[in-house]
Each structure stands twice: as C-alpha cells, then as structure tokens.
Design a protein around this ligand. Sequence first.
Ligand code: ATP
Ligand code: MG
Length: 336
Amino acid sequence: MATGKKQPIVQFKGILKRFGKVVAVEKMDFDIEEGSLVTLLGPSGCGKTTLLRMVAGLEEPTEGDIFINDNVAFGLKYRDVPKEAIREKVMGALEMVRLPGVENRMPSQLSGGQQQRIAMARAIVIEPDVLLMDEPLSALDENLREEMRREVDNLQQMLGVTTIFVTHDQREALSMSDKILVMKDGQKQQEGSPEAVYNEPANHFVADFLGHSNFIQGEVVDVDDHHVNVKIETGDLLFAENKGGFSKGDPVEMIVRAQRFDAFPKDEFKPVEGMNYFEGRIKDRSYMGGEVSYFIELGADREIHIISMMRTRLYNIGEAVSVQVSPHHCHLIPME
Ligand SMILES: Nc1ncnc2c1ncn2[C@@H]1O[C@H](COP(=O)(O)OP(=O)(O)OP(=O)(O)O)[C@@H](O)[C@H]1O
Ligand SMILES: [Mg+2]
C-alpha cells in the first residue's frame, strides 16, 4: 500500500471516448497517485480497456484531457540500450519474479503462470513510470491466480511503480489495490480504497458488484443525531448509522453484507441492547466447507442471505432462527 499523499501521475479530466455511436467512456474525472496500484473494476464492456489504451496513447479521447508524466509501458520494446546492459536487466528481473534460468525457453515451454511472470519481468526491465496491466491473471486457474495476485502486489510494492490494473474480478481488486475505480457503462460509479468501496458502496450497482449483499427496502421513520430508524417491508424496525443525512419519510435501501448477520437458534437467543434483530426460518442452505450459506425466510415474502463462518452448529431447513446485525453494518442509500 502506498503511504502519504503523493502527486497524481495520471489525471483524467472530463474524458469521453466515442466509437461511432458507442460511448465507451463518459465524463471521467480521475487521478492516479504516484507509486500506487489502482484497479479499474467493472463488468465486460464498461470501458476499462479503452481507458487503459488512452493512457498508453493507443486511443485519442474524443473529449477531455489526460495528463501523464511520460514513459508509460504497455508491452513496449526496449530502446537504445547496449545488449549487455539489457541482458543484465533481464536476468535481474527474472530473479525478481523468481524465474532465473528460463530466459532461453520458448513461450510454449512455459506454464501460464510462468508466462505471466515473464510478462511482468519484461515490464520491470522497461522501468516504466506507469505500468499498465489488462486482466493479466484472467487465464489462470484459481490457485495460481491467488498466488500471482500476491506476487504482482509484492513486486509492485517492492518497485514502487505506479500500476493501473484492469480486472472484472472483485476479489482481485479488493486484495491488491490502493484505490479502486468502479465502472459501469463507461461511467465512474465510485472511487476509493477497497474498504471504502466495500463498506460504503455509493449505490446499488457497487454494492451488488462487490460482495454478497442484501438489499432491504424501507422508509425512514425516525432520525436522531447518530441513528436512522427504518421500517422495512416485514414491519420490523431496524437501526442504521446516520451517515447519509436522511430525513423522516425518505424511501431508502438498506444494504447488509451476507457475512454481517449472525444467526442463533430462536429459543436460545437473547436480544442485545442496540442491535438489530428479527426472526425467520431457514429456507435453504449450502455447505461450503469453511462457511455455510443460508437463505432465511422472514415474513412478507422476504428472504435474506447470510453467510455464516460456522462458529455454531449447522441449522436445518425449516428451523426457526433469530438473526442479529449491528446498526454499524447497515448501510443506507437512497432508493433508486
Ligand atoms: N475499437 C472499437 N471500435 C468500436 N467499439 C469499441 C472499440 N473498442 C471498444 N469498443 C466498445 O466500447 C465499449 C467499451 O469496451 P472496452 O473494451 O473498453 O470494455 P472492457 O471494460 O475492457 O470490457 P472487457 O471486460 O470485456 O474487456 C464496448 O461497448 C465496446 O464494444
Ligand atoms: Mg477489456
């Protein structure tokens, strides 16, 4: 993770990119600080590659400006450097990615993970001010991907090279980034640290795209300095922290991550002052080893999804449970 406030090395100002009738990127304002790893995250077709290609100078913005401190690498060739110096740099880079001794092999003789590391070594040799990576891990299997994620992250920190990393994998983005830019249909949905984007999603799309979210619709019935009291469809009253400046009568959507709920057997449950709780019945369960996913039926045709870390026993289908969640984990957004 980068520390301290650094100068932006790349700045997008009012960027719009059109391909004929298609608007690939729209009204983009965004800064990338020197030395940081920034992820462009969003579904297929949202404009990630187009944004990256504009940084690389491979596409011209239709409107707006991109300010860049020169020397951006996007698979460039090494320029005007004596052969021996290149050789030394290549060896050094291969050692850095823990692959010494493969310099004479053909790409077909390397595994997918090794090829990725070679690609990184190549980028390291060029010593770019900004390193651009477009879904470099997408072809790898899950275990290797995880390993490579850590490797990219470690290398990036070690080298301190500003990196723009494109992915549509939320876990990749959350685990590696200093800052995430969440995009949809060419538009910025939110930018911020992984924690900010995950814990305080700006809208329904961001909450849905990152993590397992419950969306509970309701209306604000009371407000004080710290809390908002929301009446939900089941008639239950839930407290949320008052962060969004909501007023009485506002229609809202409450977002609660599946992992934030705790379920207890109904007849063993003791309510805790200041916590939200309601009752339901287990409708469905999937055992996933370390965790269990439950769908719990509340009243009024409502169900919630919870992911339990199995600190208690498994619950059975049909079993009555009490579900508890802290107001701290109930995030409110305006109803869209
Ligand atoms: N050269 C082009 N000509 C016409 N349309 C293009 C061109 N490049 C991209 N587009 C369109 O612009 C939009 C954004 O494309 P882009 O490749 O940037 O998306 P992406 O987020 O990288 O998607 P993916 O995750 O699938 O790689 C899409 O609608 C795409 O079809
Ligand atoms: Mg792309």
